[in-house]
Design a protein around this ligand. Structure first.
Ligand code: SAM
Length: 283
């Protein structure tokens, strides 16, 4: 008999029966919304013949929804003590493979090879940004990411120039991916309830970066200068970042950008032209 795991009564029962104490420091908040796990699986564009990596299966609620699409599911869980409950909840599914490890330490290149992968997760909130950056900036063969995350982080990813939420994370993700909101999810959808609102975001890896730059590292160094010194006008932020006043002036002149602006107002295209002007100056 196949029971729906992402259900409040089922999760409460399982937690009691297996004596689970959700570990706050591992970001353990279990989803109890069948429609949400289904929406994540659907947004992941998976089905028979596809491969999906799940980060943090917890007690298996989202894992079940992913497996029901027919895809091959590889789930990476850091908490070995969940093994007992996972082998119970997911025993019916032959297309699920669980690895007990830290997703940031696992050799994903080896795991993924050169096949196409999708990634889905209700992310542990304490390491959302490291996981996002690790995966998005890698050259792993991942085409889509569907992630539940803290609403504020989703807003940072989707932010526009000049807003408070706009920052290095916005540019890092938007450089490599397009993004769209799948749905907002309130705290009442989890056991235990998190202190924050959540959003499911879908990221699709672009065929090539959003802007063409001569040197990606210089692009991200410009971004870092701008947001490391958010309150400084960009001329001063560049100085603080190790670019001489004279070089700074030349770079700004070459792209017709006013150095009295703050870097946080620059669009991705402006960062790209700054990085290319810097490149031209030092090559
Ligand atoms: N997928 C389940 C759900 O939706 O109900 C659980 C999601 S819970 C928000 C996050 C899960 O990630 C927990 O099971 C936690 O143990 C696991 N986790 C935390 N840090 C991890 C890491 N570094 N690598 C892999 N899993 C991790």
């Amino acid at each position: 008999l196949e029971i729906e795991l992402a259900d409040r009564k089922v999760v409460s029962y399982l937690i009691k029966r297996f004596g689970i104490h959700a570990k706050h420091k591992l970001g353990q908040n279990f989803l109890v919304r069948p429609d949400v796990v289904r929406a994540i699986a659907e947004a992941s564009e998976i089905g028979e013949g596809s491969r999906v990596l799940e980060i943090g299966p917890g007690i298996g609620t989202l894992t079940q929804a992913l497996a029901r699409t027919g895809a091959e599911v590889t789930a990476v869980e850091i908490d070995q003590s969940l093994g007992r409950i996972l082998s119970h909840t997911l025993e019916l599914y032959k297309n699920i493979h669980i690895i007990y490890d830290d997703v940031l330490k696992l050799d994903l290149n080896k795991l993924m090879g050169d096949k196409e992968w999708h990634v889905a997760a209700n992310l542990p909130y304490y390491i959302t940004t490291p996981i996002l950056l690790h995966l998005v900036q890698s050259d792993l063969p991942i085409s889509t990411f569907v992630f539940m995350m803290q609403k504020e982080v989703a807003e940072r990813i989707m932010a526009s120039p000049g807003t408070k939420a706009y920052g290095a994370l916005t540019l890092a993700v938007q450089f490599y991916c397009t993004s769209e909101v799948v749905m907002d999810v309130p705290p009442s959808s989890f056991i235990p309830r998190p202190a924050v609102n959540s959003t499911v975001l879908k990221l699709v890896k672009r065929d090539k970066p959003a802007v063409e730059v001569k040197d990606t590292r210089l692009f991200f160094r410009m971004v870092k200068m701008a947001f490391g010194q958010r309150r400084k006008v960009f001329t001063n932020a560049m100085k603080a970042g190790g670019i001489s006043a004279e070089q700074g002036k030349e770079i700004l002149a070459a792209c017709g950008i006013d150095g009295k602006r703050r870097g946080e107002t620059f669009s991705m295209e402006e960062f790209a032209s700054l990085a290319d002007a810097w490149y031209d100056l030092i090559h």
